[in-house]
Design a protein around this ligand. Structure first.
Ligand code: PAF
Length: 281
């Protein structure tokens, strides 16, 4: 496994890869867990070489404290990746390698996808994601890039980004991996106390209940049910619950035949913000 900290050396190494070889790419912000490893393993199974980037991107954080507290475990990350069988290249840059003089993001129009859910609650977040993913895809030039479905809105936005910028890469979404108690795996889980970790399974349990009841319950009743479940739990604060059209990500008020719906939750477990989602039909 080779580690590059500078894009110049990474680009040079990748330029010597034969055209017939397939390059997979897994962009991450580090603090790797089994969810990330499932993406890397899938990429290894489908490509000759896999680039994993580890970079906590400052422009996608709308909250300075969240950026400062984001878990950073580069040594552990490298150990995990070293144990894999296969051709892995790690890109572990400093901020200055990806942002020259100004650490700022480009303004994007993702056709409205950016204005729903996370977009409403994390101003500028998707401009930051679009900026960094675009930069990384242009450096790595992979055949295929892999993103987790936990960040379902991000996945849809990245697909839109590559179509807007006409980047020749296939974007693959990968299923959410869960802890034993159902909590979606996330780097942020490292910040939860044992008690809050256990209580946080209310997110999964509630999504599951909504999924089970979706076919015979109105959206208004499901919204009320979720609000009630969270009111009963003193450890988690619901930021939003939405049932949205899977394609447009627009809030659904009622169910239309032929449309696909997904339920989305963002909640604070103490100071830690958790998100999750589940398909409904
Ligand atoms: O999902 C993430 O970890 C990040 O948003 C990404 C895609 C690596 C961009 O910084």
């Amino acid at each position: 496994m080779v580690i590059h900290t500078q894009k110049e050396t990474l680009v040079k190494a990748l330029s010597s890869v034969a055209k017939s070889e397939k390059i997979g790419f897994v962009p991450t912000m580090g603090a790797l867990h089994q969810g990330h490893m499932s993406l890397v393993n899938k990429a290894l199974g489908e490509n000759d070489l896999v680039v994993v980037s580890i970079f906590v991107n400052p422009t996608q954080f709308n909250n300075i404290a969240d950026l400062a507290k984001y878990p950073r475990t580069p040594e552990d990350d490298i150990l995990l990746l070293k144990n894999l069988k296969g051709n892995v290249i790690v890109y572990l840059p400093e901020v200055s390698d990806l942002y020259n003089d100004s650490v700022s993001s480009k303004k994007y129009n993702f056709g409205g996808l950016e204005n729903e859910m996370e977009g409403k609650h994390r101003s500028g977040h998707f401009d930051g994601v679009g900026t960094i993913v675009s930069k990384l895809l242009k450096i790595v030039k992979p055949n295929t890039a892999y993103f987790g479905e936990k960040d379902f809105q991000q996945l849809q936005i990245v697909k839109k980004l590559v179509s807007i910028e006409k980047l020749p890469v296939k974007i693959v979404g990968c299923p959410i991996l869960r802890e034993k108690n159902g909590l979606a795996m996330s780097s942020r889980n490292k910040r939860l106390s044992a008690k809050i970790f256990e209580e946080s399974n209310i997110i999964y349990k509630t999504l599951k209940e909504v999924q089970e009841k979706f076919s015979y319950t109105s959206i208004a009743d499901l919204n009320a049910l979720v609000a009630e479940r969270f009111l009963q739990n003193p450890y988690l604060n619901l930021e939003y619950f939405e049932i949205a059209n899977e394609k447009t990500l627009k809030t659904a008020k009622r169910k239309n035949k032929g449309s696909k719906y997904r339920a989305f939750i963002a909640a604070f477990a103490g100071e830690v913000r958790l998100i999750d989602n589940m398909p409904l039909n």
